[in-house]
Design a protein around this ligand. Structure first.
Ligand SMILES: [Zn+2]
Length: 211
């Protein structure tokens, strides 16, 4: 079980109040394992292909909450859009799995330990930016937390997310700069403020670049 790998983080999770999310994620990952076994060459307990770094876990969003596509053939993938959930990981996961919600992101990073769930495949168009053109051309990454509560922006969250963004940029030849790694609040027409002024962009971009 993936839960075994998370045991060392139990104290951290307790401190952040995220233990409930862990319990639910354990169940989700168990289910996800069956999907991953079909979709990857490794099929190891929900973990995706060994080539992926950082490791992510497949927790599919409702098929009503994204659009199947064939990127980068259908659209170039040129941007990474950074979000903050304004929800716990668990609650955001439920939203992605609720067909009535009509929202999703490709990835979500947990605050306490940097756990990464993948909800939509990169080839498909997740509905996260509130702008069809930007959705078509981007990968959306959610971060567990609230824009006005900096304690959610942990070292683990920054480091895990930056490794993910670096891998996405490498896959699609996206420059690792602020012109291509953008805030949800910078998407034209967006009325969202995330990830907000407390998000440390200088630190994040440095981490993405391995500085
Ligand atoms: Zn957002």
């Amino acid at each position: 079980m993936e839960a075994h790998g998370r045991t060392p983080n139990r104290r951290t999770l307790l401190r952040s109040g995220a233990l409930i999310a862990t319990a639910s994620l354990g169940a989700a990952v168990t289910t996800a394992g069956a999907h991953a076994a079909d979709a990857t060459s490794t099929g190891t307990r929900g973990r995706r292909a060994a080539a992926d770094y950082p490791p992510t876990h497949w927790i599919p969003a409702s098929s009503s909450n994204y659009r199947v596509s064939d990127r980068p053939t259908s659209y170039p993938i040129e941007l990474v859009v950074i979000h903050v959930t304004q929800e716990t990981f668990q609650d955001a996961m439920k939203i992605f799995q609720d067909p009535a919600k009509q929202v999703s992101a490709h990835y979500m990073v947990a605050s306490a330990d940097g756990y990464i769930g993948q909800f939509v495949r990169e080839k498909d168009v997740a509905w996260h930016a509130g702008n069809t053109d930007y959705n078509n051309r981007s990968i959306g990454i959610e971060h567990e937390g609230w824009v006005d509560q900096p304690e959610w922006f942990t070292d683990a969250l920054y480091e895990s997310s930056a490794a993910l963004t670096a891998a996405v940029c490498d896959r699609f030849a996206i420059p690792k700069d602020r012109a291509h790694i953008i805030a949800h609040s910078e998407v034209p027409g967006s009325d969202h403020t995330d990830p907000g002024p407390l998000w440390d962009w200088d630190r994040y971009i440095d981490l993405v670049n391995g500085v």
